[in-house]
Design a protein around this ligand. Sequence first.
Ligand code: ADP
Length: 601
Amino acid sequence: MNLLFRSLYLLRPHWWSACLMMALILINSALGLLAPWPFKFLIDYALSDRKPPAWLLAWIGPDNFRLRLLYACAGTEIAIIFLHQLLMVWQTYLETRIEQCIDRDFRSRLFAHAMDLSLAYHDNRRSGMLIYIINSQGGAVASLLMTLPALLESVIMLIGMLIVLFMMHWTLAAVSFFVIPTLFFASRYYATKMKERIGRTKEMEGQSLSVIHEAMSMMRVIVAFCRQKLEHQRYINSAQRAIDARLGVTVRQTLFSLVIRMSTGIGRAVAWTFGGLLALAGKLTVGDLTIVLTYIEKVYDPLEAIAYTYSGWQDQFANLRASFGLLDTKPDIAEKPDPITVDECRGHIEFQHVDFAYEGRTDTLKDVTFNAKPGQVTAIVGPTGAGKTTLISLIPRFYDAVAGTILLDGVDIKELGLDSLRQHVSIVLQEPLLFSMTIKDNIRYGRLDATDDEIIAAARAANAHDFITRLPQGYDTPLGERGSRLSGGERQRVCVARAFLRDSPILILDEPTSSIDSKTEAVILDSLDRLMEGRTTFMIAHRLSTIRRADWILVMDQGRVVEQGTHDELLASNGLYRQLFELQNKQAERKAAARAIWSEA
Ligand code: ADP
């Protein structure tokens, strides 16, 4: 019920249209109730010898009464049907508009909320599942709300017809509705039994969508390892499980329909028999019997509709539980109630005894302390898995430290507004991630109000302008998914241009040249040198060529900063840095020797 009330609350912005729709439903229900009456008058007063009531005689006039009544009945029936259908058009328009608006608003809330959730949340969820919740299950709110008018119409019709029926012939009415308790208990039984099964089915349907989503984002690996058949099979298996579960649900739904239809069928048969007996005994006119039976027939329609709507809701409730579940997930990276806004930022970053651990891991970072002065370039080195990426992820609060403090210009970053903090940080990642839009729009992502000239200037600074102008569509070249139409080095230069445009005082470089050949690396390093100027920079680096540019070096091992200092100080101290340095030198010598052999050959 809570889910139903929460869904109803979403109707709030559309209350005026909803009220209008309710009024139309009431009028349409009344017109529905009126529809059989001309038929009764036709049978009772035009086709038989019964004496018509005085008001009917006065309205039709005594001359040629029967024929004129026949025409009047036909005309009235047409008028009722026409008005009914005309109002139905209006009602349907309003219904569709409200449904579409609620659908859009709710899905966009889910989408916005999913983007506000922390990276830790996304690390632990399959994105295909989130897409399923937003895209498929998010539509349940509007669908559920849109069943309400029809349900209400059914309830009004039911009440109206019951009143009229009981007034016309209460014994016949009472006999015909002995099936109502059966419908009630069957619906309750169905709802409680199906709740869990429907939830599980939805879960499986979401999983089979996740398989497709994951495969699409891993296309290169799949093609490279020729695993198309394996992925296809994985999808078939997962889809088959979902189909089996869905079949289980459908069989039960159909059995439920059978119970409902049998109950109403028995009800009808009893009404006909009992009504027939009354007519034979002369206690009912044929006209009255016709109208009573027409009403009983019509009462069963809303009764069945109510039972079906209630059982259909179980499917929607499963969707609602998933959608509201996503909305209720609190972002674990949240702003304080009165966040501080930093307009002017010098870029002074200080870590004080910072600890961090991913879910289910211990000591990913332990007691990390260092000081990065404004404009200082800090290199972070250490073996793989030492915690370098994790450390820089804490600066823009992708994750929150579990202990210790991180200060920006002397203020704890947890006191700052998230946007205010992140707008002062730009990041160039190891993997150059781009959108499928044009190169120009990708660079503009760094600052949305940038002019075309500023974009070109940023591209020049990133050594990207030349290769961009050589492309057939230049800056307007669309990049394909994840920027797939450019080489790794070109993509990375577009990312550097994006960072130039952002022009933020803090720069994070997460090994941006690690997967790039040494010639392209030189071009990118040249642009990065320009980018780093005057910015507090953190760079994760493996290559000596990049580490040497740093003013300060943090050496990490197993989540701890084991050494820190300048290049010369660390070499002199004979620790882990020196070992890494010598290893790098040996590798460089080996590469140089190999290159010499190749060129001789
Ligand atoms: P580095 O950048 O130095 O190679 P990372 O900071 O990426 O190291 O990782 C540090 C440790 O944290 C590793 O042991 C890694 O397995 C673990 N780790 C990294 N990312 C996650 C994650 N999202 N969830 C759980 N553990 C993670």
